[in-house]
Structure formats: C-alpha cells, structure tokens
Design a protein around this ligand. Structure first.
Ligand SMILES: [Zn+2]
Length: 242
C-alpha cells in the first residue's frame, strides 16, 4: 500500500478517537450538574422536614397562649361566682365555666397532638440529616470517580495528540492539506472512505469501474468522484493488528 495512504488511514483512526474522546469529555459538566441537582434535592428534603418542625413549634406556641388565655378566663368566671346570689345566674355561670373548661381541654388535646408532631419532626430531622450525610458522601465519591475518569480521558487525549503529531509529520504537506480540508468539511470528520462493493462508503454512490480498479490497488491517493473523499480498499490492507 502507498505509504501516504496508509498514514492517512492511521491519521483518520487517530482523529476518530480524538473526536470520540472530545465528545466524552464534553459530558463532564452535564455529569457534574447531575450531581449538583441531587445535592440540591437532598438539601430541599432536609429543609422541608426542618420547616415542618418550625411550623409545629409555632402552632404549639400559639395553642399554649390560647390555653393560658382560656385558663385565665375560667379563673375569672370562678372568681365571679362568689359574687352571685341568684340561682339562675349561678347556673348560667356554671355552664359558662364548664364550656370554658371543655374548650381548654380541647386545646390541651391539640397541644398533645402538636407535641407528637414535634417529636416526629425532630426524629425526621435526625433521619433526614443522616440521609443527607450519606448522600453527600455518595456524591463526593461519585464526583471523585468522575474526575478520575475525566483525568484519564485527558491523558488518553494527550497520547492521541502526540500520536497525531508524529503521524502528521510523515504526511506530505499537499496530501495533509487535502486531508485536513476533508476532515473539517465532511460529516463526522470522515475524510477517508472505504470503497466497499464498488461504492464509496462515505457517500454511498457507486464508483466508476475504471476508478475502482485503481482504488483496489491502494497505490495512490484517489478521491471519490462524487464526494471528494479519499478512497481506499480494505481487502488489500493487512488486518489492523496483523
Ligand atoms: Zn463518495
């Protein structure tokens, strides 16, 4: 095979790998944003439980005040009873006292309910804080792993770029210019196309027989008459690792 053609095939492989590595690398911010979203969700979860506790505490304070006012009211009514001589009025007062006491009892019950809520919320906070710590540890571990993976990608890219430099150094300037032009203009950066079944694998158009005969020889740079890609024939090329 023509050495230049062979170099271009190598170069194409390197460029394809570089392209794939760059695409992988581009995903890092997306992955990090995913971790950040989970971190936010974990924080929101904890905030919600804390808010529930604060609400229950405020409600209890309000009910405590209600109870105090209610107790004062009953005390006042009781103090008033000594002044009453009339039986009818006295019965009415007793009823009022009883109603007040019942109301206070209902407030006490609701306070008990709120105290249970407060206990539950406090426990919920402990659990949510634990979950939050566990999640943060998991996120930190995932982030560390991601960063290690991406550092490895960088390293791989560095190696590939070095390999590219070395390969490019051996390609004739005019051939290289032709390749570079195709690399940026063709979809997916496919500058070199295999001639497969007498068709260009880049544009899928058939290659004229007299052109194909020469392409099969892999002796020089021949371009596809339709898309301009550099053509090569695979059967003549030794297996990649052979
Ligand atoms: Zn073509």
């Amino acid at each position: 095979m023509d050495q230049q053609l062979n170099l271009l095939i190598q170069l194409q492989e390197i460029d394809a790998k570089l392209r794939a590595l760059a695409a992988q690398k581009k995903r890092l911010p997306e992955f990090l944003a995913g971790l950040e979203r989970r971190r936010e969700a974990s924080k929101t979860d904890l905030d919600k439980v804390k808010e529930a506790l604060q609400t229950a505490q405020k409600n209890k304070r309000d009910r405590d005040q209600d109870l105090e006012a209610g107790a004062q009211k009953v005390e006042k009514l009781k103090a008033h009873s000594a002044e009453i001589k009339n039986n009818k009025e006295y019965q009415a007062l007793l009823k009022e006292i009883e109603a007040g006491e019942q109301e206070n009892k209902a407030i006490e019950d609701s306070i008990l309910g709120l105290m249970e809520k407060i206990d539950a919320a406090a426990q919920g906070i402990t659990a949510a804080e634990q979950r939050s710590r566990d999640e943060e540890a998991a996120l930190a571990a995932e982030q560390k792993q991601l960063e290690a993976e991406f550092a490895k990608l960088d390293e791989e890219m560095g190696g590939m770029e070095q390999a590219r430099k070395e390969t490019v150094g051996k390609v004739q300037p005019t051939v290289l210019a032709q390749y570079q032009k195709l690399l940026v203009s063709k979809a997916g950066g496919v500058a070199i196309a295999e001639a497969r079944g007498e068709a260009c694998s880049g544009c899928y158009m058939s290659i004229p027989p007299q052109v194909f005969v020469n392409v099969k020889k892999n002796e020089k740079i021949i371009t596809c008459p339709h898309c301009g890609r550099i053509l090569f024939f695979k059967e003549v090329i030794a297996p990649k690792n052979g």
